[in-house]
Ligand binder design. Structure first.
Ligand code: RUG
Length: 839
C-alpha cells in the first residue's frame, strides 16, 4: 500500500477530459467552477478570500497535471535523483510564484479582472507557508525552485508544522510569540497522499536473534503521512515535489474501550503524541522532554524520507533481477541541510542492515557514497550536540550504530593517520569528556559519514577547512568543497519587482537573464546612461511608495519615500549586530538633536527599518527588539527630528514582507562580526534589486563586493582574521572605546528612550554577560568605522547620479548569486545528477 499511485502505468488511471485552462476566458470559468464546486466555503459567496482559494485551486489543476507528467517521466527514465532533507522550508506565498513560473501572470490577471478582481488583491489573501526560521529555510526553498527550473530530478523532504515557528506580535513589552495560523483554513498547495504512509518507531529496545542479527522492536510507533507540495520550474513543464510529513496515529491506536469508560486522555494518547511532533518548528529544548521532542522531529523526517527513497529505488527495479544494493548511490543522492537531519546516517545504515540484511561494510559503503552534508554555521551553540542518554532512550539501535561508526573511525585514524592520534578526542563523534553529560557531536558524525562536506560561501568554507573541521581536512582534503549560496531570480526580482525587471529586459533586449543571471553584467555598459537612470529611479520610487503604504498599514507610521530607505531584515542575533545598527541610529538622533535647523536641513533624511524574529528564549535578542521599538516611539514622535529620521520595526518579518521591503530598499545592512555569518542570502537579494550594501567582510559579502566592485560597497569593520586578537586584547583590557560609542550607550542608559532598564543589554558590550567575554561581537571596536561608513553613505546619497550608477552596478554585478548557479554546482560536483526535462 506504500506504492505511489501514479506507478508508471498511466493506463491504470482513467482518462478525463482535461479541465486545464490557459486562456483568460477559460481560466475565468475554471476559477468560477472551483468557487462553486470546491467545498471550502459556502458556494453562494465570492469574496476576495474565496476568489483566492478558487484561483489557487485552478492553478493547482495545472500544476498537478505537470507534476504527474514529471513523475511519470522520471519513473520511466530512472535517473539518479537528489533528495534534499531539511527541517526548514520558507516557501512564502505560492500563487504569484506559480503563475509566474507557468508564464500565466498576465492571463490570470485578465481572468480575475473578468471576475471583478485585481490579481494583487487576491494574492494578498494567501498566508505565507512559514515552515522555516531564516536563511537556511529560505535557501532550501530557492533551491527547490532552481532544481525544478533546471529540470533536475530532485525532491525536497520536510515536516508539515501546523504552527510553523511563531507569529511575532509587537507591543510595548517588545516581542510576543503566538502560534502561526497558516494552516487554520487549509492550504490549497498541498495534496495529501493517503497512499503514502510509513511507520516510524521511537523508544523500544534492541533484540538479538540466535544468529546474532539485531532488530529494533517495541516502543511507540507513529505514522508518517505524505503531503505533497508541487514546485513548478520556470519556463519548463518540470514540476517537482516537496514532500512534507505529517505525524498521525491510526484508528487501531485509539482505545475505544477506555474512551467509553471516560478515560479520554489515555484512550487517545498516541494521537496527542503524534500531534506534538508536527506542532511547531524548533520547540524549546531546555528540558529533557524538549530534547526528546526535537530529536523525534528530526528522526521522523529522516526515517519517513529514507523509507520512501528506498521504496522508490526498489519499485523502479521491480522485475529486474540484476540490481544490486551497491547501485543505490548511483541512483540516490541525499543532501543533509545542516546537522538537523544527521539521523539519516544511522537510519540508512539500520534500514540497510536490519531491513535489507546487508553487512556492515556494504551498508557503510552505500551510506557514505549516498550522503553529503552542508554546514551553515560555525557558531558553537548552533552545532548540535545531543546527550547520549537521551539518544539511547529514544533511538537505542541508532546509538549502537553510532558507537560502531565512532569505534571504526578511531581505529582507522590510529592505523592510517597515526600522527593524528592526539587530535582524536576532538574528532570523535562521541564526546564523553564530561562523564556527567556525554554527548553525540552531530557535525562530526556528518563529516565522518559523508562523501562531501560543503560550506556556503568562500570565506565560510575556508574557515571550515582552517578551523572548525581542520583535522578532518588534513586527512580528507578532497571531501571539502565550497558552494556559495544563491537566490532564485524569479521570486527575488522578476516577480517582486516587475517594473525593474521590465527595465532590465528592455535594456538587455532579452529576458534570458531570468534563467541566466550572468547576463545582468550587460547593464554595466549603461551605468552612466541618463535615460536608464530616469527609468531606474522611477521604478525604485514606485517600489518605495508601495513599501511606505505597507509600513503605514502595519505600524501606523507614515514614512517619506524621498528619504533614504535603509533596511536590516534577518533573524535577531547578537552576531548579526542589530544592536550596532540601533546604536548608530541613536547616535545619529543625538547628533540631529544637537544641530541647528539649518544644519539639519543639509543632512540626508533616513528611514531606518529593522525586522526579524528573536528566538523565544533568547533574552538579549528580545531586548534588542524592544530597544528598536522604544527608539522608534521617541524618534518618530519627535517633531524636531521626524522629518530627518524615522525608525521602524517591521512586525512579523516573513517572505512576503521581504518581497515588499527588498524592492523598495536603497541601503541594506549586513554588518555581522567578521567570520560569524556563514553566507547571508538577503545581501544577494538586496544587491540584485539595486540596493547598496553597508557591510563587513563576512560571509558572501566578500564575494558580492568583488563582483559589484569595491567602490559600490560601504565597507567597515574588523576582518575575520583580526577578530581573535581583538577579543584577546579586549579581555586584557587593551581596548579603548571610541567616545562616540560611549555617548550612544550613555544616551540610552540615561533614559532617552523610556524607563525600561537596558543595562543588562548594554552591559554585554562592556561587562561579562552574554558569552562570558566582554563585547564578544566587537560592537565597540567596529562602532567608529561603522559611523564613518554611514557618513559616506549620506554623502553618496546626495549625489543622485553617483547613487543611481552604484545601484545599477549592484544589479549588474549580482549574476553570480543565482541559486541556478549554486544548484548546477551541487548537481555536477556533489550529486552527480543530470537534467531530465519532460519532453
Ligand atoms: O546563518 C546562516 C546564514 O549565514 C546562511 O546564509 C544560511 C543559508 O546557508 O543559513 C543560516 N543558518 C545557519 N541558519 N541556521 C543555521 C544554523 O543551523
Amino acid at each position: 500500500h506504500n506504492k505511489e499511485t501514479t506507478d508508471g502505468s498511466a493506463a491504470k488511471v482513467p482518462a478525463i477530459a482535461q479541465p486545464l485552462a490557459e486562456k483568460p476566458s477559460d481560466i475565468a470559468s475554471n476559477i468560477a467552477f472551483h468557487a462553486r464546486y470546491s467545498p471550502h466555503f459556502s458556494p453562494l459567496k465570492f469574496d476576495p478570500e474565496q476568489a483566492y482559494y478558487a484561483t489557487a485551486d485552478s492553478v493547482r489543476d495545472l500544476l498537478i497535471h505537470r507534476w504527474n507528467e514529471t513523475f511519470l517521466h522520471f519513473h520511466k527514465v530512472d535517473p539518479k535523483q537528489t533528495y534534499y532533507l531539511s527541517m526548514e522550508y520558507l516557501q512564502g506565498r505560492a500563487l504569484t510564484n506559480a503563475i509566474g513560473n507557468l508564464g500565466l501572470s498576465g492571463a490570470y490577471a485578465d481572468a480575475l479582472k473578468k471576475l471583478g478582481y485585481e490579481l494583487e488583491e487576491i494574492a494578498e489573501k494567501e498566508k505565507d507557508a512559514a515552515l522555516g526560521n531564516g536563511g537556511l529555510g529560505r535557501l532550501a526553498s530557492c533551491f527547490l525552485d532552481s532544481m525544478a527550473t533546471l529540470n533536475l530530478p530532485a525532491w525536497g523532504y520536510g515536516l508539515r508544522y501546523r504552527y510553523g515557528l511563531f507569529k511575532q506580535l509587537i507591543s510595548k513589552e517588545g516581542q510576543e510569540e503566538v502560534a502561526e495560523d497558516w494552516l487554520e483554513k487549509f492550504s490549497p498547495w498541498e495534496v495529501v497522499r493517503h497512499d503514502v504512509l510509513y511507520p516510524v518507531r521511537f523508544f523500544g529496545h534492541v533484540e538479538v536473534s540466535p544468529t546474532g542479527s539485531r532488530k529494533w522492536v517495541g516502543g511507540e510507533v507513529i505514522q508518517a503521512l505524505a503531503y505533497d507540495v508541487p514546485i513548478p520550474g520556470y519556463n519548463t513543464k518540470n514540476t517537482i515535489s516537496l514532500r512534507l510529513w505529517e505525524a498521525k496515529s491510526s484508528a487501531k491506536d485509539f482505545n475505544l474501550f477506555e474512551f467509553n469508560e471516560g478515560k479520554y486522555e489515555s484512550a487517545s494518547q498516541l494521537h496527542s503524541k503524534a500531534q506534538q511532533i508536527c506542532a511547531v518548528l524548533y520547540p524549546g529544548d531546555a528540558t529533557e522532554d524538549g530534547k526528546i521532542l526535537r530529536l523525534k522531529q528530526q528522526f521522523f523526517l529522516c526515517s519517513a524520507s529514507l523509507q520512501d527513497i528506498i521504496m522508490r529505488f526498489k519499485e523502479r527495479r521491480e522485475g529486474n533481477m540484476a540490481w544490486n544494493w551497491s547501485d543505490f548511490p548511483s541512483k540516490v543522492a541525499v543532501q543533509l541541510n545542516d546537522t538537523h537531519p544527521t539521523l539519516a546516517i544511522p537510519e540508512l545504515m539500520r534500514l540497510l542492515m536490519d531491513g535489507e540484511e546487508l553487512g556492515w561494510d556494504e551498508a557503510w559503503d552505500v551510506t557514505t557514497r549516498t550522503v553529503a552534508y552542508t554546514n551553515h554555521t560555525v557558531l558553537p551553540e548552533a552545532l548540535e550536540k545531543w546527550p547520549q542518554a537521551v539518544m539511547y532512550k529514544l533511538l537505542p539501535r541508532h546509538m549502537e550504530i553510532i558507537e560502531e561508526i565512532d569505534k571504526r573511525f578511531m581505529a582507522m585514524i590510529r592505523s592510517t593517520f597515526s600522527s593524528m592520534e592526539s587530535k582524536l578526542s576532538d574528532m570523535q563523534i562521541l564526546d564523553s569528556s564530561n562523564p556527567q553529560k556525554p554527548v553525540v557531536r552531530m557535525a562530526n558524525l556528518c563529516v565522518v559519514s559523508s562523501h562531501k562536506v560543503n560550506g556556503v560561501a568562500e570565506l565560510h568554507s575556508d574557515i571550515l577547512k582552517a578551523d572548525l573541521f581542520a583535522n578532518y581536512f588534513s586527512i580528507w582534503p578532497a571531501k571539502f568543497q565550497n558552494k556559495t549560496n544563491g537566490v532564485t531570480p524569479r521570486r527575488w526580482i522578476k516577480f517582486c519587482s516587475p517594473e525593474l525587471s521590465d527595465i532590465i529586459t528592455k535594456w538587455l533586449k532579452t529576458d534570458g537573464w531570468i534563467t541566466n543571471l550572468d547576463l545582468l553584467s550587460g547593464l554595466r555598459q549603461f551605468a552612466d546612461n541618463d535615460k536608464l537612470h530616469a527609468e531606474w529611479a522611477s521604478a525604485k520610487m514606485a517600489n518605495k511608495h508601495r513599501l511606505a503604504q505597507y509600513v503605514l498599514h502595519v505600524t501606523g507610521v507614515s514614512i517619506d519615500p524621498n528619504s533614504l530607505f535603509d533596511i536590516q531584515i534577518k533573524r535577531i542575533h547578537e552576531y548579526k549586530r542589530q544592536l550596532l545598527n540601533i546604536l548608530g541610529t541613536v547616535y545619529r538622533y543625538k547628533k540631529l538633536k544637537e544641530m541647528s535647523i539649518e544644519e539639519r536641513k543639509k543632512t540626508t533624511p533616513r528611514t531606518v527599518m529593522l525586522g526579524g524574529k528573536a528566538f523565544a528564549t533568547y533574552t538579549n535578542a528580545k531586548r534588542i527588539v524592544k530597544l528598536v521599538n522604544d527608539v522608534g516611539s521617541v524618534v518618530n514622535n519627535d517633531p524636531e527630528i521626524n522629518n530627518y529620521l524615522k525608525v521602524i520595526f517591521i512586525p512579523n518579518y516573513n517572505v512576503s514582507v521581504a518581497e515588499l521591503l527588498i524592492p523598495g530598499s536603497e541601503l541594506s545592512q549586513h554588518i555581522s562580526t567578521a567570520g560569524m555569518e556563514a553566507s547571508g542570502t538577503s545581501n544577494m537579494k538586496f544587491s540584485l534589486n539595486g540596493c547598496l550594501i553597508i557591510g563587513t567582510l563576512d560571509g558572501a559579502n566578500v564575494e558580492i563586493r568583488q563582483e559589484i566592485g569595491e567602490d559600490n560597497f560601504f565597507l567597515f569593520g574588523a576582518k575575520a582574521d583580526e577578530v581573535a586578537k581583538l577579543r584577546k586584547d579586549r579581555e586584557n583590557g587593551l581596548f579603548k572605546p571610541d567616545p562616540r560609542f560611549e555617548e550612544a550607550k550613555q544616551f540610552i542608559r540615561g533614559g532617552a528612550f523610556g524607563s525600561y532598564d537596558y543595562s543588562a543589554l548594554l552591559d554585554s558590550l562592556e561587562g561579562n554577560s552574554g558569552y562570558g567575554r566582554a563585547d564578544y561581537f566587537l560592537v565597540g571596536y567596529d562602532f567608529p568605522s561603522y559611523i564613518e561608513a554611514q557618513s559616506r553613505v549620506d554623502e553618496a546619497y546626495k549625489d543622485r547620479k553617483r547613487w543611481l550608477k552604484m545601484s545599477i552596478l549592484s544589479t549588474a554585478g549580482s549574476g553570480k548569486f543565482s541559486s541556478d548557479r549554486t544548484i548546477s554546482q551541487y548537481a555536477n560536483e556533489i550529486w552527480g545528477i543530470k537534467a531530465c526535462p519532460v519532453p
